[in-house]
Design a protein around this ligand. Structure first.
Ligand code: NAP
Length: 250
């Protein structure tokens, strides 16, 4: 019998995470939609998936909090069965500013959610999926950003550096678990229409930046979700440690 596909999407309640959760459910995954604060948004995605005949649950938890992450994966074990796939999507950025204005509290928040959160969730997934621990293998996709290559000057170099860490994390973890049935890849989106830009203080940022995108447009969350689902799938069976840019050529 084929292994039941169980996916955890962190930050699955809005934006790219919600698009990923919807597409994964349509492709037969039982999905755990993690979120931090906005329960209504998470429940709306769960209901949409249920309405379409899929299976999903919503689970609150801060990915940067170790106890929350351990509880999240323990509840997934109980409610959906052993995890077979993880999308490390939860991410934050803060108000646009130059590096000389950033204080330690902000740097800590940005690095904790974006970097430590991804490590903690991957750790819990590897403990369950690795053949070394009696698991049946699986796949992880980290949601990085093309900011890791561009650097985000005058906006959020801290965020870009956090995503640079995610790129290195992807390469290192991919090699570490390649012989244990787990593939680890990343997508690096360009400017995508989501609410994240409002956190930077510029809700319409995509409109300003899109002229510099070779395709002359911003991307839709669904266009990133399709790349993520491909990397999770057996179609990508020989890809690990890859960084897939989804940027319209930027
Ligand atoms: P978004 O619309 O702002 O949604 C963020 C999601 O992450 C929400 O579900 C939010 O839940 C959740 N979240 C935030 N902090 C969390 C935490 N500490 N623990 C658990 N969940 C948390 O963001 P998005 O634009 O879809 O971005 C998703 C990922 O894509 C991020 O990693 C981002 O860096 C990356 N990315 C985005 C773009 C873009 O242009 N949009 C480009 C490149 C990369 P609550 O609502 O409950 O807080």
């Amino acid at each position: 019998m084929a292994l039941k596909k169980v996916l955890v999407v962190t930050g699955g309640s809005r934006g790219i995470g919600a698009a990923t959760a919807r597409l994964a459910a349509a492709r037969g995954y039982a999905v755990c939609i993690n979120y931090r604060h906005n329960e209504a948004a998470a429940q709306a995605v769960v209901e949409e998936i249920a309405h379409a005949g899929g299976k999903a649950i919503a689970m609150a938890g801060d990915v940067g909090n170790e106890a929350d992450v351990m509880r999240l994966f323990a509840e997934v074990d109980e409610k959906l069965g052993p995890v077979t796939a993880l999308v490390n999507n939860a991410g934050i950025l803060e108000r646009q500013m130059r590096v000389e204005e950033m204080d330690a509290a902000r740097l800590s928040r940005v690095l904790t959610t974006n970097v430590i959160g991804s490590f903690l969730c991957a750790r819990e997934a590897v403990r369950r999926m690795s053949t070394r621990h009696g698991g049946q293998g699986g796949a992880i996709v980290n949601v990085s950003s093309i900011a890791s290559r561009l650097g985000a000057p005058d906006e959020y170099v801290d965020y870009a550096a956090a995503k640079g860490a995610i790129d290195s994390f992807t390469i290192g973890l991919a090699k570490e678990v390649a012989g244990e049935g787990i593939r680890v890849n990343a997508v690096r989106p360009g400017v995508i229409y989501t609410e994240i830009h409002a956190s930077g203080g510029e809700p319409d940022r995509v409109e300003r930046v899109k002229a510099g995108v070779p395709m002359q447009r911003g991307g839709q969350p669904e266009e990133v979700a399709r790349a993520i689902l491909w990397l999770l799938s057996d179609e990508a069976s020989y890809s690990t440690g890859a960084l897939l840019d989804v940027t319209g050529g930027r």
